[in-house]
Design a protein around this ligand. Structure first.
Ligand SMILES: Nc1ncnc2c1ncn2[C@@H]1O[C@H](COP(=O)(O)OP(=O)(O)OP(=O)(O)O)[C@@H](O)[C@H]1O
Ligand SMILES: [Mg+2]
Length: 370
């Protein structure tokens, strides 16, 4: 799939621009604070209906205005789909698909698949578990609308349960209510655990091959989903297990004032040559592993939805050494890519048949003649 056009009105520092990217490498070059990442963010938003930089949609609206508008035309096989998003200052958004307002927000998820790779992702191994959970969740949200729904419901019930835990202290009458929440958490949670487990299993198989290539056969990578307690293949058993956990922990949870165990605490373990890379891998090894994960994500989406997603590379070139740059760039010959950089020196060492350069300056964007 690829983006044929992107129009922004009052989005971040853009008042009104239309970008017609090519189905190849789109280089977005400009000095700091000119609006490069804002373009990447707008594309990401079109695919996932949220920003990866903020939870507050109103921050996306150009200062001094009350609405922001993003229109994206996406070509898949022979179909073009138009997604229009209107964001208002109450953090509410309206979405139209091909001009029709009569849709659920979730219908717009997954029309445009994106994989984003930014310097943050290079820290995927080093950071705490929440970053790795976000990595899985963002992917599954795009390729499985049901997952998105289950995760939202899980988080909603978790918040309710946690609020109740804080107020329950001596009132045992509220315990029955906690049990109801626990039951609901186990229902949504088991769906989440099963989907994540399956996703990681597939990702691990793809990553193993890619990582061998990146490391010239020196390293074997293995990715495992770490779920609290015992893992069972079967959703019903996961549910039973989760429910037992939630119920057994009620007293401890009340003491702490929040839900101690559950999928919201799970993690991924990444092993290189059999040892935990989070703890033992060098910086360089961790970067290579992060790169393998991202490249695997591209392949996994291709396998799941039948087409490569759009790839967003924000500021990563300067963070990678030449060898890793080569692996990254050679991987996406057939993928529409948006790559931001502050200087073209970052990519001049590489040859591309299909490349277009856009310069960004103070919220304007112009295509450079090549
Ligand atoms: N809601 C907004 N309204 C107007 N301007 C905004 C808004 N949000 C952010 N900006 C401005 O947009 C500018 C460009 O931001 P962006 O993150 O895209 O820069 P960049 O070109 O990626 O820079 P860098 O190379 O440092 O990453 C920033 O200076 C910021 O102040
Ligand atoms: Mg930036």
């Amino acid at each position: 799939m690829h983006i044929e056009s992107l129009e922004l009105i009052n989005f971040r520092n853009y008042s009104n621009i239309t970008l017609r990217p090519i189905n190849g490498l789109n280089v977005i070059v400009g000095e700091n604070a000119q609006g490069k990442t804002n373009i990447v963010e707008a594309i990401y938003y079109s695919g996932s209906l949220k920003s990866y930089r903020t939870f507050k949609d109103r921050e996306l609206i150009r200062w001094g205005n009350d609405k922001a508008y993003i229109k994206t035309e996406i070509k898949k096989q022979n179909n073009t789909t138009k997604i229009e998003i209107l964001i208002n200052s109450q953090d509410k958004k309206g979405v139209r698909i091909n001009g029709s307002k009569n849709i659920k927000l979730s219908d717009a998820l997954g029309i445009l698949n994106v994989v984003i790779f930014s310097p943050e992702d290079l820290k995927l191994l080093k950071e705490g578990p929440s970053v790795r959970r976000k990595f899985i969740d963002n992917e599954l949200n795009q390729i499985r609308p049901k997952y998105h729904h289950a995760l939202m419901q899980y988080n909603r019930v978790l918040l309710q349960r946690n609020n109740l835990l804080k107020s329950v202290s001596n009132k045992s009458s509220l315990k029955a209510e906690l049990e109801i929440f626990s039951e609901q958490l186990a229902e949504y949670g088991s769906f989440i655990v099963e989907a994540r487990h399956e996703f990681i299993k597939k990702l691990s198989m793809i990553a193993r091959l890619i990582h061998r290539k990146i490391t010239n056969g020196d390293e074997e990578i293995e990715i495992l989903y770490q779920h609290d307690g015992t893992y069972f293949e079967n959703k019903d058993q996961i549910k039973k297990n989760l429910l037992n956990n939630f119920l057994n922990e009620i007293d401890k949870d009340i003491e702490r004032g929040y839900t101690l165990k559950g999928p919201h605490r799970d993690d991924i373990i990444i092993k290189i040559n059999g040892i935990d890379a989070r703890i033992f891998a060098s910086q360089g090894q961790q970067r290579s592993a992060a790169l393998s994960l991202k490249l695997s994500e591209l392949e996994l989406i291709k396998a799941e939805v039948g087409e490569y997603p759009v790839l967003l590379l924000d500021d990563v070139m300067s963070e990678l050494d030449i060898n890793r740059q080569k692996h990254l760039l050679s991987a996406f010959k057939s993928i529409q890519t948006f790559l931001t950089c502050t200087t073209l020196n970052d990519i001049n060492a590489f040859h591309f048949d299909n490349k277009s350069v856009f310069s960004v300056k103070e919220g304007t964007i112009t295509r450079q003649q090549t």
